[in-house]
Design a protein around this ligand. Structure first.
Ligand code: SF4
Ligand code: SF4
Length: 349
């Protein structure tokens, strides 16, 4: 535990000096998958990684990627002391690259539209935009996911060779490729299913929070935010340190408590936080707005735990303030377009 000058507690993992973190505002995500592609082309376009999306965006409610990852177990027991067993999902759960009729359309003069050669029945983001609920009150939202670089990572604990570790300087969780022997206990142990096995290299691989970018290893030596954040068209990701008390992450997570964790009951203490989604109110049969929330609160509670209620209530209060012409730090933080606020990565050495 460390305490900031304003007296709020921030729990950092043992031996970690500062914890890098991300806040994603789900109200801005348009499901364009730019983040997925930015990550894929930067880090996972090599052999054995075809099925890997270190960053993925899934439609909720939905089975996600890999399929039904929320039912695969992993994480910690209620006291946060014993790991709970997780399952190893099969290859099909990740979906596989479909074969398209490129050859015929591009080179053989076929008038057929471009389409998969066989009827696909599963793939990443297969249930895009399906959602739940009955017309006219159906609903869905997009959920972008990366490794959460957890404070209490069950993947690290699961590895008998200590190949996974949490860096002291910023809490990023990495796999030492020389130590890893591909046992895949980490894949079972992570309840978010954010470690992947590379069958060609026979090692595990995962999101590295673009650490070379935040270390300023780019061509100009600049410090850059992770690619998923920088390339996101609506700029919904804020990046910084949880313990930087002037930064938006600390303010949104610890002071205003409007950014919440995904599945806190897994008890790995993720360092990726979400601003929960709002939707227009429900409509009556005659098409009028009625006083009933479209996205059921109990579903949001299932995803983000009980703190989601207060987070939603606070955001509503803050919005009302802005509508009355008053100032709101929360709304300012959530709507800033100043990149020095969005990405505060140079505050600690
Ligand atoms: S999300 Fe999974 S892989 Fe990432 S640190 Fe947490 S437990 Fe480990
Ligand atoms: S790039 Fe941004 S808006 Fe597009 S899917 Fe990713 S997080 Fe959502």
């Amino acid at each position: 535990m460390s305490q900031t000058d304003d007296g709020t507690d921030v729990r950092l993992a043992d031996g970690i000096d500062h914890q890098v973190a991300m806040v994603m505002d789900l109200n801005k995500c348009i499901g364009c998958q730019t983040c997925t592609i930015a990550c894929k082309t930067n880090w996972t376009d090599g052999g054995g990684r075809e099925y890997m999306y270190w960053n993925n965006v899934e439609t909720k409610p939905g089975s996600g990627y890999p399929r039904d990852w929320e039912e695969m177990g992993g994480g910690w027991d209620e006291d946060g002391e014993e790991r709970t067993p997780g399952e190893l999902q099969d290859k099909e759960a990740y979906g596989r690259a479909w074969e398209f009729n490129h050859e015929q359309v591009m080179y053989e003069g076929s008038d057929e539209p471009l389409r998969p050669m066989e009827q696909p029945d599963w793939g990443p983001n297969f249930d895009e935009d399906e959602g739940a609920g009955e017309y006219p009150n159906s609903y869905y939202f997009y959920l972008p996911r990366i490794c959460n670089h957890c404070t209490h990572p069950s993947c690290v604990e699961a590895c008998p060779r200590s190949a996974l570790y949490k860096r002291e300087e910023d809490g990023i969780v990495l796999v030492d490729q020389d130590r890893c022997r591909g046992y895949r206990y980490c894949v079972e142990g992570c309840p978010y299913k954010k470690v992947y096995y590379n069958a060609m290299k026979k090692t595990s691989e995962k999101c590295i929070f673009c650490y070379p970018r935040i270390e300023g290893e780019g061509p100009e030596g600049e410090v850059l935010p992770p690619s998923c954040a920088e390339d996101c068209p609506p700029q919904l990701r804020l990046v910084g340190y949880l313990d930087d008390e002037e930064g938006p992450i600390h303010k949104l997570v610890n002071e205003h408590e409007v950014a919440v964790r995904l599945h806190p009951e897994y008890r790995t203490e993720p360092n990726v936080y979400y601003i929960p989604p709002f939707a227009p109110p429900q409509h009556s049969e005659s098409g009028e707005s009625i006083e009933s929330e479209r996205i059921p609160r109990n579903y949001l509670e299932e995803l983000f735990g009980p703190d989601v209620h207060e987070a939603l209530n606070t955001i509503e209060r803050e919005r009302a303030k802005v509508e009355r012409g008053e100032e709101s730090e929360v709304m300012e933080l959530l709507t800033t377009t100043d990149t020095t606020d969005q990405y505060r990565l140079e505050v600690f050495d």
